[in-house]
Write a protein that binds this ligand. Structure first.
Ligand code: 5GP
Ligand code: ZN
Length: 118
């Protein structure tokens, strides 16, 4: 079972120990702006509990994952990109370029996305 870590930057943002531009927070989830945005809107949605990656999910986390997508929809609407479109990305593991091992959903929009992916 993954544990919260003092060394995890996202855990520290969630607990307000480190600065972050938090847009939304509730009992389960936090949304904050990426420090190096790749587009006009670049928000990260994270579970408040430390889950390192998709590989560490448990069946009981399924409602949490559903809520991450509902929050992505809400963030997209608030950012005004829901109609123009946006990309949702989860990088999982080394080949995908995951850098921070606290599960996060990127919400990226405000410009036309580039292809190809991969
Ligand atoms: P990954 O490649 O793991 O999916 O992406 C990690 C993301 O976290 C990157 O887009 C990076 O810019 C962002 N990030 C890394 N450190 C920080 C930080 O301290 N604060 C914020 N807000 N974002 C961060
Ligand atoms: Zn963490």
């Amino acid at each position: 079972m993954p544990q919260p870590s003092d060394n995890c930057i996202f855990c520290r943002i969630i607990t307000h120990e480190s600065p972050g531009k938090i847009l939304y927070q509730d009992q389960q989830l936090t949304a904050f702006r990426d420090i190096h945005p790749v587009a006009p809107t670049h928000v990260l949605i994270v579970p408040n509990k430390h889950i390192a990656s998709i590989n560490d999910l448990e069946p009981a986390d399924e409602p949490l994952i559903g809520k991450m997508f509902s929050l992505a929809r809400q963030v997209a609407r608030q950012e005004g990109v829901d109609q123009s479109g946006y990309r949702l990305i989860i990088n999982n593991g080394p080949h995908a370029g995951q850098v921070v091992f606290h599960l996060h959903l990127h919400v990226i929009g405000g410009q036309r996305m580039r292809f190809p992916m991969g």
